[in-house]
Design a protein around this ligand. Structure first.
Ligand code: FES
Length: 225
């Protein structure tokens, strides 16, 4: 008779991990963190709405999100491990394993791909001597493929350590970026403003910039009141 027990789970289950990175004693929130989490819960119709913020808080606190930390975040909001795991694994911005000092998220989604995203990724693989998904031996760089980061207008691009975007990448820009990161200098935030009227585009763009830049979605907490 077959058993329905999970014999070899594809996903590492926190309860079956003999050697967790964090002990139960370490998996606690400080009073200040508890207060912050309560404030976040108040912003949503259901407590579970705060899971992304709680996962982010945990990542900043523990450095990354191994299964026991994901479970801890879920329990904080009365969620199952699988529910919290589903959120944590949907976004590459949540680190499920330890990363290097700098995480290079090279976008290879549609627009970046046709603009050379894979050329940039492969150039970095050769330059750093690692494949996408790996970390250099000195622990300095982790290279990752990323889904669309919402900056398709300046493709190909990458994000550095969930922070600044580096736009319109070339091999020369990559070289300069790696050199400055090795010197401990993060790239500065740069805002890329796209042409917004027909004059700038030679009469080849709609002129609804005012509408598209003033549209705002309501925070869900207010919307539900
Ligand atoms: S496809 Fe790369 S930012 Fe959108």
């Amino acid at each position: 008779m077959s058993s329905f027990d999970v014999q070899r789970p594809i996903v590492e289950l926190p309860d079956q991990n003999p050697d967790p990175a964090f002990s139960d004693d370490e998996l606690v929130w400080t009073d200040a963190e508890k207060e912050q989490i309560e404030a976040w819960k108040d912003q949503y119709a259901e407590d579970q709405g705060a899971i992304m913020k709680v996962l982010w808080l945990a990542q900043e606190k523990f450095g990354y999100l191994p299964p026991e930390v994901i479970k801890f975040c879920g329990e904080t909001l009365d969620m199952t491990f699988s529910q919290a795991y589903g959120v944590a694994t949907f976004y590459h911005q949540y680190y499920k394993e330890e990363k290097g000092e700098f995480v290079l998220d090279v976008c290879t989604c549609f627009t970046c791909q046709v603009c050379g995203g894979y050329d940039i990724l492969h150039y970095l693989e050769e330059k750093l001597g690692i494949h996408a998904g790996e970390t250099t031996d000195d622990g300095m760089f982790t290279l990752q493929e990323a889904e669309c980061l919402g900056a398709c207008g300046s493709a190909p691009m990458m994000e550095v350590s969930n922070g600044p975007y580096v736009h319109q990448l070339t091999k020369e820009k990559v070289d300069a970026l790696i050199d400055s990161l090795k010197d401990g200098k993060m790239p500065a935030f740069t805002s890329v403003t796209l042409p917004q009227d027909e004059d700038e585009m030679g009469g080849n763009r709609r002129t609804d910039a005012e509408q598209t830049t003033t549209y705002e979605t309501q925070p869900r907490g207010e919307h539900m009141e």
